[in-house]
Design a binder for this molecule. Structure first.
Ligand code: E4P
Length: 219
């Protein structure tokens, strides 16, 4: 399982990567807008914070495959390092994915809500497919079922694409997706902390400190 952070909040990223085994960062135009700075400025700050090795997935905004490809080139040149162009899965996006793969780009197919969207993007060559779990749950569908099906389709057709499950609002969604065999999740820094938190763990640590204090004179 790979854990990525779905945020452009550089302070929160810095704090999370100090403690957690984080493989990279994902953003989308909404997340970039929340930062309130130009996209290039923001992704350069994120790159400086996470280093060249961790993945940085940045979404294009163009509506045609030509614009998507042009933006992907500009974004990749700006951030360098381990870069993934995030491309939404409409017709223009699938064309862009096929062309970007010919040009040796790392590509993440995003805004995925169905199994067939993920399969087409995988066959087109996407390195990651990103199904949106919470947005599916919110329309009385099941994000987990969609992720499970995508994992199985990728296995059945022996595709090399990885599932980067996205759009999470709680720990249970992340847990269910982990059980499905998805390769990776992208989550907010806050949700990342919630995955680890348990009140009994906190209580046990305090008890151990109080019990062992006198006998651990090992400084
Ligand atoms: C995926 O890469 C998207 O950035 C994201 O996870 C969407 O999440 P949201 O539904 O919380 O906006």
């Amino acid at each position: 399982m790979l854990y990525l952070l779905d945020t452009a909040d550089v302070d929160a990223i810095r704090k999370s990567i100090e403690f957690y085994p984080i493989s990279g960062v994902t953003t989308n135009p909404t997340i970039i807008a929340q930062r309130g700075k130009n996209v290039i400025e923001t992704i350069k700050e994120i790159r400086a914070c996470i280093g060249e090795d961790k993945m940085l997935h940045v979404q294009t905004l163009g509506e045609t495959s030509e614009d998507m490809i042009k933006e992907a080139n500009i974004l990749r040149d700006a951030v360098k390092g381990n870069f993934y162009a995030k491309i939404p899965v409409n017709e223009q996006g699938i064309k862009a994915i096929r062309l970007l793969k010919k040009d040796n780009f790392n590509v993440t197919a995003t805004a995925i809500f169905t199994q067939q969207q993920a399969l087409i993007a995988s066959v087109a060559g996407a390195d990651f497919v990103a199904p949106y779990v919470n947005r599916l749950d919110n329309i009385s569908s099941s994000g987990i079922n969609v992720v499970e099906d995508i994992v199985n389709l990728i296995k059945n057709f022996q595709l090399s694409t990885k599932v980067l499950a996205a759009s999470f609002k709680n720990v249970e969604q992340v847990h269910q997706v982990s059980l499905s065999g998805a390769h990776s999740v992208t989550i907010s820094p806050e949700l990342c902390s919630n995955l680890l938190y348990h009140p009994l763990t906190q209580e046990s640590i305090i008890d151990f400190i109080l019990d062992g204090y006198t006998y651990y004179d090992i400084k």
